[in-house]
Write a protein that binds this ligand. Structure first.
Ligand SMILES: [Zn+2]
Ligand SMILES: [Zn+2]
Length: 636
């Protein structure tokens, strides 16, 4: 028979009889490992547990705890679902069913769309098949044999896939009477699938082609154990509760309208107030850091977009308009006006750095399918700035931006992560340019004292960049700030400055946003706070409520005093039951209620009540104003 020797991740070697599988290796190490093993990694490739080990290979045992396990579990669960669907709906045709970030899906061709009741039936069948502990076995066939096999089964989608693959051999996976075309790897048997849930049904075109058949896509998720699954499902429920589209309607912040157009936000008074608070905050913070506020036009001649390269590279996402036989492009970015400001006069090294900030509203045509509430829209405002500086100034400028990001994230209470993307294979600019810019970004990242990641070769062709992702209260990551070095625009627009030595030189250019799209950021804020904004951000900070009309005159006095002090206050003097008015204020998530009853009128005091129901002691109206001012201090 002979023997083979394999190497384990810790560098040790093991000798096994020739023909031994990954499973045999696990079993030779220990019974516990053999039980926990679900797959293997042999010379870098993920394989099934039954795979025979080549002599001299490097082997790692994959267990449920390994980072690779989840995808294998999910992919195997998608096969289990297809098996269940075929058992319940034999006329259904299977197509593809991959693992995805949140779980898995499988697309079926069925005559009648699946109902929620069908999902329940499919899920029960899956439980049954999992319990049956069916072996999942790999089989390799020639392409021709596989086409014949799936042809006989009437699975014409699989036949099409194999024909398109054009490979000499293909691998199949069998479990019970179900067979699927698949590269694998898979779990050794169905009993390893222990925690799953089918989550939704959607329509999807075969191969994403709208000219082809509409299929039924069933989404689900799976985890190594029930505890993880339950935690995930609870998080999904919480995310639904916090959905900014739902809260946006309930809190009357914004709306969308088919009559206006998809992806175009209409800001209602409270939403517009929220925006204004954020925009005012941004203006103040930029002025503090020596930026200049500028404003450019909404449309610029198409010729200028041709010169900048946007017309060649970004035209599909732009809107155009023609007036007096002149074509204009509606700006998708704010850079060009800022270039024109730089070029409006001769620049000396003494003028630099120039930091031009604009709350710039841009239009970008996104496909209808990707639009999503405030998170993906077609018209949005960026907190955009362009820094033009000498090469020597770049280090300090990037450090300034990172510390700016740190300050702003601290104010909103977000944790964040940073990533550096470096030079891609295809790029413009000299080695010297790239080295200097990359080192400036890297130096600032190191200087921040925070961990960061490097994405080698992931930068834009025109310069390296830093991406910053904030983490919300549900531990989701959202792109916010970017700091992008750019070697093209200064060239294309021939930007220069006169240096100390009297020579004409090219300035370095940095595009940067801190929050990114204000629309998107507000969407994230709504979900992060579940609509209960901190007092400084709340569009309405206080509501004054009367118990009966007897308190009207004092209540009006309190309302006027708060308003005069600059608080964002609302009144509810309606002839409604107090309980009803309080409940409504709570649903509106207004931080403070001042209920004015006879006691308050007599004492000339107010009794503040938090939105969570807690009360403060009675105080004079002026004391309450001081109390709020103290609470929002530092945010203004
Ligand atoms: Zn598969
Ligand atoms: Zn820009």
């Amino acid at each position: 028979m002979g023997e083979i020797t394999v190497k384990l991740p810790d560098g040790s070697e093991r000798t096994l009889p020739r023909g031994a599988s990954v499973y045999d290796l696990a079993a030779s190490i220990g019974a516990g490992l053999a039980k926990a093993a679900i797959a293997g990694r042999v010379d870098g490739d993920l394989v099934d547990l039954a795979t025979v080990l080549p002599d001299g290979s490097k082997v790692e045992i994959i267990t449920e705890k390994s980072p690779e396990a989840l995808e294998i579990i999910r992919h195997s669960t998608s096969h289990l679902m297809a098996q269940a669907v075929k058992a319940l709906f034999p006329e259904a045709k299977v197509t593809i069913g991959p693992a995805i970030e949140t779980g898995f899906y499988y697309d079926f061709d069925v005559d009648h769309p699946f109902t929620p009741e069908d999902l329940e039936k499919i899920e029960n069948k899956m439980q049954e098949l999992a319990k049956a502990n069916l072996k999942i076995e790999r089989q390799v066939l020639t392409g021709a044999d596989a086409i014949r096999l799936f042809g006989d089964l009437g699975e014409n989608y699989k036949v099409e896939l194999i024909e398109d693959l054009g490979a000499a051999t293909v691998s199949l996976y069998r479990q019970g009477d179900f067979v699927d075309l698949c590269r694998g790897p898979h779990l050794p048997s169905t009993s390893h699938i222990k925690a799953f849930k089918l989550t939704s049904i959607a329509g999807a075109y075969w191969r994403g082609d709208e000219k082809r058949k509409m299929l039924q896509r069933v989404y689900g998720t799976a985890f190594a154990d029930k505890k993880e699954l339950d935690a995930y499902l609870a998080r999904i429920e919480e995310a639904k509760r916090r959905d900014h589209r739902k809260l946006g309607k309930e809190l009357d912040l914004f709306s969308f309208s088919d009559e206006v157009g998809a992806g175009l936000v209409i800001w209602h008074p409270k939403g517009a107030m929220l925006r204004t608070i954020i925009e005012d905050f941004e203006r103040r913070e930029h002025l503090k850091r020596d930026y200049d506020i500028v404003v450019g036009p909404q449309i610029l001649k198409t010729d200028l977009w041709q010169r900048s390269g946007h017309y060649d590279n970004y035209r599909e996402n732009m809107y155009f308009t023609e007036v007096d036989e002149q074509s204009f492009g509606i700006k998708p970015m704010n850079c060009l006006s800022h270039m024109m400001i730089y070029k409006s006069r001769l620049r000396s090294y003494r003028d630099l750095p120039l930091r031009l900030f604009e709350l710039g509203t841009v239009h970008r045509h996104e496909r209808a399918g990707v639009l999503h509430g405030l998170l993906r829209v077609r018209c949005f405002t960026q907190d955009d700035a362009h820094i033009l500086c000498t090469p020597e100034q770049l280090d300090a400028e990037i450090k300034g931006v990172i510390s700016f990001v740190q300050d702003v994230m601290g104010v909103f209470g977000f944790e964040f992560e940073m990533e550096l993307s470096t030079r891609p294979e295809k790029s413009i600019g000299s080695d010297e340019d790239w080295d200097r810019a990359t080192n400036a970004l890297l130096g600032a990242l190191k200087d921040s004292g925070r961990p960061f990641e490097i994405n080698e070769g992931d930068g834009a062709f025109y310069g390296p960049k830093i991406d910053i992702k904030l983490r919300d209260s549900l531990d989701r990551r959202w792109q916010c700030a970017t700091i992008q070095c750019d070697f093209t625009l200064p060239e294309r627009f021939d930007l220069t400055y006169i240096d100390a030595d009297g020579e004409k030189k090219r300035p370095v250019m940095v595009h940067r946003v801190i929050l990114g799209s204000i629309e998107r950021f507000i969407g994230v804020l709504i979900e992060h706070f579940a609509g209960s904004f901190p007092v400084w951000l709340s569009p309405v900070q206080v509501v004054v409520l009367t118990v009966t009309d007897n308190q009207l005159s004092f209540a009006q006095q309190v309302y006027a005093e708060l308003r005069a002090a600059g608080l964002r206050v609302q009144q509810d003097f309606r002839n409604e039951k107090l309980g009803f008015k309080i409940r409504e204020a709570q649903l509106q998530k207004i931080p403070y209620m001042l209920v004015i009853g006879d006691k308050e009128v007599e004492a000339g005091m107010v009794t503040p009540r938090f939105r969570d129901g807690k009360n403060l002691d009675s105080m004079k109206c002026s004391e309450f104003i001081e109390f709020i001012e103290k609470e929002v201090k530092g945010f203004h």
